[in-house]
Design a protein around this ligand. Structure first.
Ligand code: GUN
Ligand code: ZN
Length: 460
């Protein structure tokens, strides 16, 4: 494209047209080098496509205004008790289980699935029911600061497409999975035939991609090895490969499940080997839980670039196990946080942050040589770590120039809010208080790709 002469000379008009918003105040985020970088009095610009164009010290605002072509009077100043942090990433959540979140936490995994989960999930052929639940879960997670969610829906293609549409409408970034399962002896009305599962997965992918939602994409979703035949796993691996798609499933959540997988796949060396042999362990794969993975399996994860979603609330609630995050880190396996609603009883990643710290401390009680996770490390898991786990770290995860502005405007002093700050509290302390004590009342605005998703605009 030929630029007008003046633009070449000043380099200005090219970007000037693009700046949509400029904010000045406190920012906190993770970088490659620092789990928590504290930026007091910074100024950040967002262009019309929602990308971050600059982030610099506040004292540079006049020069930036000149260079970037904005008016300093239009800069939006954050209040003294406010900061921006990157939007949080929920790397594993079952949108379809939202109806019974906070209940039914009295059984271990396999019994829990048969008793509570499958009967509820079988209801989603009813699109009216699906619309109601999916609207509520997308709104609830957005309000709680989840700017990116990696969703399991159900086996129903049309309801799963509806979840994609609702996420797009409400402005949430999402990976959406139509669940695939062709084995279910205990609740036989909730499963697919092999060919049906393949065909409907292809239809789901085709129709969702045809919508051209900019931030909502399909993810290939075998439920777990227990409920999928080897033929189905093979087919899904091939579908993911030929379309370059993300993959999600569950792995080594509970010991009974691990034993069952051994019996069901006697030719495979391990649970990880089942997914590997079926082409389902790639650098775009995220596997939930992984509590009982061996070191050998973690090495295979690392080698293939696959990641783990740490779902501590669910791991405790369903009495599944405790993920040793230090060992995952030692093996350099990518890791993010998941709520795993409704195995986990909270839709907020802040809850996952707290459970992750608590469970790491439980491990430290048992194994004093294991250092507990710090709040800075878990902040990283909730943001940049989650973006890496979903292979979206080239677009989101922190406030790097060129990334999308997915952000939470946090105010720690909202009237009637859940925490108090004191004059001596520096920003780092305020962030720690928010992570441990804050909730959606403190998340006063949520941005996804520069667009304000929360508060909701009237039409929703
Ligand atoms: N494993 C297979 N399906 C599920 C599910 O819906 N929730 C959890 N937590 N684990 C699973
Ligand atoms: Zn799950």
């Amino acid at each position: 494209r030929a630029l007008p002469t003046f633009a070449i000379m000043s380099g200005r008009h090219d970007t000037a047209a693009g700046i949509a918003r400029v904010y000045r105040g406190s920012f906190v985020h993770s970088t490659r080098d620092a789990a928590l970088e504290i930026l007091n009095d910074f100024v950040l610009g967002v262009d019309k496509s929602g990308k971050i164009t600059f982030i610099e010290e506040g004292k540079n605002v006049d020069r930036l205004a000149q260079e970037q072509g904005f008016n300093t009077a239009d800069v939006e100043n954050l209040g003294p008790d406010e900061f921006f942090m990157p939007g949080m990433v929920d790397t594993h959540i079952h949108a379809s289980q939202y109806t019974y979140m906070g209940t039914a936490l009295d059984l271990p995994l396999l019994q829990w699935l048969n008793t509570y989960t499958f009967p509820v999930e079988s209801r989603y052929q009813d699109l009216k029911f699906a619309r109601d639940v999916y609207t509520k879960v997308v709104k609830r997670t957005l309000r709680n600061g989840t700017t990116t969610a990696c969703y399991f829906a159900t086996i129903h293609t049309d309801a799963s497409l509806l979840l994609g549409q609702i996420a797009d409408d409400l402005g949430q970034r999402a990976l959406v999975g139509k669940v695939c399962m062709d084995i279910n002896p205990m609740v036989p009305q909730y499963k697919e035939l092999l060919d049906e599962s393949k065909d409907e997965t292809l239809r789901f992918i085709r129709e969702l991609l045809q919508k051209k939602y900019p931030r909502v994409k399909p993810v290939v979703t075998p439920r777990f090895a227990v409920s999928c035949s080897s033929s189905l796993l093979d087919a899904l691996g091939e579908i993911a490969r030929s379309n370059g798609l993300h993959i999600q499933s569950h792995i080594s959540e509970n010991k009974e499940e691990v034993e069952l997988v051994k019996q069901l796949f006697p030719d495979c060396l391990s649970y990880t080997d089942v997914y590997l042999k079926h082409g389902l362990l790639t650098d775009k794969t995220v596997m939930a839980h992984g509590c009982h993975l061996t070191d050998e399996e973690l090495k295979i994860f690392h080698k293939n670039g696959a990641s783990i979603s740490h779902c501590p609330s669910s791991n405790i609630s369903l009495m599944s196990g405790i993920l040793n995050v230090r060992n995952v880190q030692k093996h350099k396996v990518k890791l993010g946080l998941g709520t795993d609603v409704a195995g986990g009883y909270s839709a907020s990643i802040l809850d996952a942050v707290r459970r992750a710290i608590d469970t790491s401390k439980v491990l430290t009680i048992e194994h004093p040589q294991l250092r507990p996770l710090t709040f800075e490390e878990v902040f990283w898991l909730a943001t940049l770590g989650g973006s890496e786990a979903l292979s979206l770290d080239d677009r989101i995860g922190n406030f790097e120039v060129g990334k999308d502005f997915d952000a939470l405007r946090v105010n720690v002093s909202v009237p009637g809010g859940p925490l108090d700050v004191f004059p001596e509290d520096v920003l780092k302390v305020i962030v720690e208080k928010f992570l441990n004590l804050g909730d959606d009342r403190n998340i006063v605005e949520v941005y996804v790709a520069g667009r304000k998703a929360v508060p909701f605009s009237g039409k929703e």
